[in-house]
Design a protein around this ligand. Sequence first.
Ligand code: ADP
Ligand code: MG
Length: 700
Amino acid sequence: MCGVNAEQELPFSSKLTALHGVGPTYASALAEAGLETLRDLLWALPYRYVDRGAVRKIAELDRWHQPGGERETVTVIGTVKDLRQTTTRVQRMNLMEALLEDGSGTLRLIWFNQAYLAKILKPGDRIIAFGPLALGRHGLEMRGPAVEVIGRGAEPEEPWIRRFLPLYRKLGPLTGRIRGRLVQEALVKVRASEEWLPAELSKGLPDLLDALRLLHQPPDEADATDLETRTTPAHVRLATEELLAFALGVCLRRAGRLRRRGIVVPTNPELRERLRTYLPFHLTSAQRRAFKEIVEDLTSGRVMHRLLQGDVGSGKTLVAFLAMAMVAETGGQGALLVPTEVLARQHAFTFTRLLGEQAPRMQLLLGPMKAAEKREALARIASGEARYIIGTHALFQEAVTFQMLQLVVVDEQHRFGVKQREALKEKGFDPHWLVMSATPIPRSLALALFGDLEQSVLDELPPGRQPIATRLIEPDDAERAWERVERELAKGHQAYVVSPAIDPSDESKVPLRDIQAMEGLLRARFPEATLDVVHGRLKAEEMAVRMARFVAGESKILLATTVIEVGVDVPNATAMVVDHAERFGLSQLHQLRGRVGRGQAQSHFMMISGAETERLRALVETQDGFRIATRDLELRGPGEFFGTRQSGVPQFQVADLLRDHKLLGRCREAAEKALARGLTEGQLAWLRQEHARLKLAEIS
Ligand code: ADP
Ligand code: MG
């Protein structure tokens, strides 16, 4: 298996067209899935392995079927003898039937409303079928099985040589079966690459090519469970490569930043005194600690890159404000970058209050401003008249010239684009960065993922907060929620009602109440209350007007989609009702809950839901955002949790951030050591290639 083969001449970086089987059609199907080189193809592992040891003979299936018991799912392999499509008389459903023969007997396979199968299956095909057995009119049958064609016509039966048969997903015109053959061809032709892993990581692991062979052609003695859970040494090998590449990238970015000279922001006791006069209340000790850490960075002579983490409501804005004030009061400019206009206006409002007489030094900059208004804003930013600048990504457009940008604060986003920093550099600025995360990230994961940033954590809520009374309410009991809202309104408080955003193409089985229906319900139930509705399709200006009415207390109920999810701060709002709560992630619900409980009064958070109540209960049980985030991550996986791509969280093919976080720690240590020794040209080339594959930010 490891012998050198005369054919092994292609490097991993060869284009897939170097394989005999790949012409333009397949090449474009592969490229569409991001597979362009031999390396890409080989790293795309089978989605499943069929263990021949677990394949049943049709004649013996009786033994695996317990009438009335658990529906047993079995695997059978055979040849399709007969295939027919009919329409059922009663419900007019499309019924597809196949007769499968395996030498020991025949089995009927049936599917309802899966007419597309007629395009996939042909009589004479050898197939694998996995599905549940049931007793039908004609005896034992398999209902709705998943099938894979593994042989057709006179093709040799190569799959049967081994115990494990790898299955690959179909990519457009490229069937899993043909893809499997390309993989085999690639394994024969590819040349082993140099070993890039340091010895402390590679010890006990197969080399890369052997690992790929083990995963695409598992030996008969492999452990079926380890293969399935992706924990064989071969998997660990691939995961280690991915994680080391990632860790090296993080360490390189950090090292590069520490070498840059940062603007030294001067500080003195007088300045501190002035900042204190802006504060409406005493800082919590966590806020004080975080601010101190920021001051140390700003005066250090290095470029600050700090992540400020804290639960919803922990008072991140005030810390950001102080950092900006420190810069603004000493001749610089600070910019606060936020994801939405709602949030930008909200922060502008907060800053105006905090700044008092100094409020004219603040400037809002939004994409859709009127031309004249925008021109003035840009002029104020360019002249330095504006020192506190708040805006959306419009801040980074070409037209914006800063006078003396020293600090950028990014609110409610996990990552900001490397591009934005580059854009600023081109304008001659290399400011300090403070990033505030929207969702608390479990600490160990944050260290691993954002290890290129320094971290401050606000692990304390401002005093006087009471836990938010959280309830899960069945749809039939919704009146209980409305009664609570009524009582809060009677006390002069305000309430939010959140409807899930509804995608009309979503044909989910549960009928959803959309935002219009909810508006009707609320207007009928609360005829006296002023109500505003906001959602993502509103014009920015209209949205701003309606939000402002609610912030000012002029409207009592705000009915919204998740546009209010982040950052909105109305301390007088004491109740929130979320309809169809099961449509939301746990962290998202926790964010929503964080919109209430911002003042001294007892607040209420009510989730209306008849589904997934087990999952939602986590919110009733704890108010600790870090714990909820951990649970959410476990349930949804990092990809969905972080909302992929733009967040800068890598999309690993084999590594799993949750499962492998210890391994990531080891890779981090190894990366630091390797960098201390210095990377060779070859290692750098490998690293660039890995980063391109993982779609990580470029290494500078
Ligand atoms: P988040 O961390 O979720 O962004 P905010 O910055 O919006 O939280 O703060 C939440 C609320 O707590 C705001 O109404 C803010 O005015 C208030 N707040 C912040 N810091 C303090 C403090 N030290 N004492 C009392 N209230 C505070
Ligand atoms: Mg905030």
